[in-house]
Ligand binder design. Structure first.
Ligand SMILES: [Zn+2]
Length: 87
C-alpha cells in the first residue's frame, strides 16, 4: 500500500513537472500552431447586420436570396431576418 502511494506520488510529481514545462511555453506559440492547422477556416468576415469582424468558423450561417451570409451570433442573424421581413 505504501509502495503504491509512493509510485502514485512520483507519477503525480512527474505529471506536475511535465505540465509546468509545457506551461512555460508562451501561449502565443500554441495559438500560432493552432492557426496553421485551421488556416482556411480562420478567415475574418464581416457581420452584415452589426458590421463586426469575426472568424468565419465561429459565424452563424444563413442563406439569403441564394447568398451565403455569416453572422457573429444567432441574435444578429435573427435581427437581420426581421429587418429583411419589414422592408
Ligand atoms: Zn453581429
Amino acid at each position: 500500500m505504501i509502495r503504491f502511494l509512493i509510485i502514485a506520488g512520483l507519477v503525480y510529481l512527474g505529471y506536475r513537472a511535465l505540465k509546468s514545462v509545457i506551461g512555460e511555453r508562451p501561449s502565443q506559440k500554441v495559438s500560432s500552431s493552432d492557426r496553421s492547422t485551421g488556416k482556411i477556416d480562420d478567415v475574418m468576415i464581416k457581420d452584415p447586420y452589426c458590421e463586426a469582424y469575426f472568424p468565419k468558423r465561429n459565424g452563424v450561417h444563413y442563406r439569403h436570396n441564394g447568398e451565403d451570409l455569416y453572422f457573429c451570433s444567432e441574435n444578429c442573424r435573427d435581427k437581420f431576418i426581421e429587418m429583411k421581413k419589414k422592408t
